[in-house]
Design a protein around this ligand. Structure first.
Ligand code: SF4
Length: 419
């Protein structure tokens, strides 16, 4: 499959409205209709768009890079920050003209924003015909048919089982070398600032055999690097006897075999020594020595870990419900250096200006950067999200100007960033 997606940067004159998204590129196999997808946000969304393209391909859609030629436009959205949602709203308003020129065009919103806003999105954005949450993509063909009959289509049901394990994704952002493989969905962690547990539902792990099968197929097609994706890969846990995470946790000792993330890493590394294996995202509370030992054992597992710290201060970490403190995080870093050596790449995510954070506490975040010497980090100022624990429990009391300085100051720390 040739590359059928390309990166686009929307550069607007307004501060705080820049965004990146990926769009489908042309693939004409003679099908009757054209699908155009724009994917915003994290790698999970890009991976999900590949699943969506695969489902839609089965029902008669080729992909296009030009929304003017599309029968259906889908925006696969992100809710992690207010800015991400504003970007999508602005983009939808730009599609008004396109829809006027082509009244038969159907427009759908997928992903986290669809899940968060549900019917409200249909009420607020009149041009939207479809609202589909991350666990309901199998329903897309029937929802599109509904929209073609002049009705609105909505499905935001969150599943405890859906992993799309049997769907072979159409590789949208492919360079023919690297590919994303989704290994789990959802998140059970409930970090107080995060909307993901509400938009992507409970955590569930995908059958490891379907993952290795996908990795093998990719290798046979010429791919040489796979990234195993999940909100919290270290808590990957699968058993053929029980795949409901909560029930599996309760009867872990009763099932004959449980596959943990370290086991999965090993299985994928063994697909072929020439296949490089990456993974994202790790959680400091869950990354085990066994995972580090497995990384050391296999040369084809890349020596790199994305380990978000979020804050360098223990009080703030507790308020964030990260379930580790500064010392725990630094201990994990020490262990990574011990087992994988000083050359292991480490990157992070950090938030400046979380509720009630003092200047001294912010300085703790800067100091952790000096200690760890991250290879790079994603720096954000705190953006309150409706429905999160932080929104319910804490006051978003740090002025935007202070937060902004904080997140930018992180960028000018003496730590050598490679952004
Ligand atoms: S681990 Fe925390 S920050 Fe990451 S997706 Fe889950 S709740 Fe959100």
């Amino acid at each position: 499959m040739e590359n059928i997606i390309k990166d686009i940067d929307i550069i607007s004159g307004e501060e705080d409205t820049n965004s990146d998204f990926k769009v489908t590129a042309e693939e004409n196999t003679g099908k009757a209709k054209r699908l155009y997808i724009e994917s915003y946000g994290c790698q999970m969304n890009f991976s999900d768009s590949e699943i969506v393209a695969s489902i839609m391909k089965e029902t008669g859609f080729d992909t296009t890079s030009d929304f003017n030629n599309a029968d259906v436009i889908l925006l696969n959205t992100c809710s992690i920050r207010d800015k991400a949602e504003r970007t999508v709203r602005k983009r939808l308003s730009q599609f008004n003209q396109v829809k006027k020129a082509n009244p038969e065009l159907k427009i759908g919103v997928l992903g986290c924003m669809a899940e968060r806003l549900k019917e409200k999105l249909l009420e607020e954005e009149k041009l939207v015909d479809l609202v589909v949450g991350p666990d309901a993509y199998r329903d897309l063909p029937s929802l599109v048919s509904l929209a073609e009959d002049g009705q609105k289509g909505i499905n935001t049901f969150l599943s405890r089982e859906e992993t799309y394990a049997d769907i072979s994704p159409v590789r949208l952002n492919s360079n023919g070398v690297s590919a994303l493989i989704s290994i789990m969905r959802g998140c059970d962690n409930m970090c107080s600032f995060c909307v993901v547990p509400f938009t992507r539902g409970r955590e569930r792990s995908r059958d490891p055999h379907s993952i290795t099968k996908e990795a093998k197929e990719l290798f046979d097609q010429g791919y040489r690097e796979v990234t195993l994706l999940g909100q919290n890969v270290d808590s990957y846990k699968w058993s053929s006897e029980e795949n409901n995470k909560a029930r599996l946790n309760k009867k872990e000792n009763e099932v004959s075999q449980v596959v943990y993330f370290s086991d999965l890493l090993e299985m994928v590394a063994n697909v072929d020594p020439k296949l490089r294996v990456r993974f994202s995202t790790s959680h400091p509370k869950d990354i085990t020595d066994k995972v580090l030992e497995t990384m050391k054992q296999y040369e084809n597992i890349c020596n790199y870990i994305h380990l978000p710290v979020q804050s360098g201060n223990s009080r703030v970490l507790e308020m964030m419900n990260r379930t580790y403190d500064r010392e725990w995080y630094l201990d994990r870093i020490k262990k990574i250096r011990e087992i994988l050596g000083e050359n292991c790449g480490i990157s992070s995510d950090m938030i400046a200006g979380f509720c009630s954070e003092t200047e001294e506490e912010h300085q703790d975040t800067l100091s952790i950067m000096d200690i760890v010497k991250f290879d790079f980090s994603y720096m954000f100022y705190y953006s309150e999200r409706p429905g999160t624990l932080a929104e319910k429990k804490y006051k978003d009391d740090i002025p935007l100007a202070v937060k902004n300085v904080g997140s930018r100051r992180s960028l000018t720390s003496k730590v050598p960033f490679h952004l």
